[in-house]
Design a protein around this ligand. Structure first.
Ligand SMILES: [Zn+2]
Length: 376
């Protein structure tokens, strides 16, 4: 599109949102990937796909030539969402209310992907190129921690000079210059089963033990340091009349600094069952390392903030984000990473997820200007 206009951008965003793509729905995720591939082709880019993870969609990579050669810009986005198929026809239909456009994944982060592609298409339509070569990388498994994509993201990041992430912006349009680490743990308790009537005293309850562990784990939360431990899922038992043999729980921990991650790991791995007859197993899961602001990231931020000022839509400051993104991997590698360049809005992962329509033109322009002007 030669001129960036709100209606045209909104209809582009809607194309992405209209395809439901929860992470486990391989077909849906790949349909979004196909849309991305088509758009890359239309702007003269080269498309690559990486497949092979069972039960996950493909990574789609687009390579766009720049005015110059050399290590370029890696633009990261994910094409999966947390919303199950049926959300569009059910609790979160696409609709507009005032300045808000609603839809599953519209804020996190199909709106951001659509803007990044529109920014590149805009330059292409004007006969311009990004200053550096741009690689767009669409990730199919971010919402489950990028188990398949991580190594591919890290390989691409090492070959690029700068990483831009079009995850949603913070409050008022803040850009993300650092992210806390995210650590996951799986807990399992194994008790002694017994009929809960006459033989109750012979049983050892896996659920009772898990309940004690949940309280101990949640008590490790320290808001002053932004360290939080959340037991997000729990299940156990088979029948109401049985002393339960098994219980399981998933723990999701926010660990701002590497030393917080070490401390939380040591404390969780040291947990002991209170009941000596119950077995407790703690297994570490996927970990997203924290990334912190470096002088290079500060330069990127300052440059983006100055461009946004020129455009007349200031960025409202910088923030350290609580949640993780694929930017954690690239930032932790030391590749200058500017995140949160996507849409403004609210309600990620909920049934009131929306973007602010008024941000579409200025934010797409900001991404286009970054492509035109980087490196700084
Ligand atoms: Zn996201």
């Amino acid at each position: 599109m030669k001129t960036l206009e709100t209606d045209a951008l909104l209809s582009v965003v809607n194309e992405w949102v209209a395809i439901e793509s929860p992470t486990p729905d391989v077909e849906g995720v790949n349909r979004v990937g196909a849309l991305a591939a088509r758009l890359i082709g239309a702007m003269g880019g080269r498309v690559e796909r990486i497949s092979g993870a069972p039960d996950l969609g493909d990574i789609v990579i687009g390579r766009i030539a720049g005015e110059t050669e050399g290590p370029g810009i890696l633009l990261l986005g994910h094409i999966d969402t947390v919303h199950p198929v049926g959300t569009l026809a059910g609790p979160l239909p696409m609709r507009i209310e005032g300045d808000r456009a609603y839809g599953p994944g519209i804020y996190d982060m199909k709106g951001g992907n659509a803007m990044a592609f529109a920014a590149l298409a805009h330059l292409h339509a004007l006969g311009k190129r990004p200053r550096l070569p741009v690689t767009v990388m669409m990730i199919p498994d971010e919402e489950v921690g990028s188990p398949f994509s991580r190594e591919h993201i890290e390989r691409e990041a090492r070959a690029h000079a700068i990483v831009l992430v079009v995850e949603p912006s913070g409050e008022g349009g803040k850009l993300t210059i650092a992210r806390h680490g995210i650590a996951r743990y799986f807990l399992k308790t194994t008790g002694i089963p017994a009929h809960a009537g006459a033989y109750h005293a012979k049983g050892r309850s896996a659920i009772r033990e898990m309940a004690r562990q949940v309280l101990a784990i949640e008590a490790m939360t320290d808001y002053a340091r932004n360290v939080t431990l959340n037991v997000g899922t729990i299940r156990g038992g088979t029948h109401e009349n049985m002393v339960p043999l098994h219980a399981e729980a998933h723990v999701y921990c926010l660990v701002p600094l590497p030393e917080d991650e070490r401390e939380v790991r040591e404390r969780l791995m040291a947990l002991k069952a209170v009941d000596p007859d119950v077995k407790l197993d703690v297994t570490p899961g996927l970990y997203r390392p924290s990334f912190v602001k470096t002088p290079e990231i500060q330069k990127l931020y300052d440059h983006a903030a100055a461009l946004a000022q020129e455009i007349g839509y200031p960025v409202a400051g910088e923030r350290i984000a609580g949640g993780g993104s694929d930017g954690n991997f690239t930032g932790a590698l030391g590749v200058p990473t500017l995140d949160g360049l996507g849409v403004l809005g609210d309600g990620p992962h909920t049934h009131h997820e929306h973007l602010l329509i008024s941000c579409l033109v200025p934010r797409t322009r900001l991404v286009a200007r970054l492509f035109e002007t980087l490196p700084v």
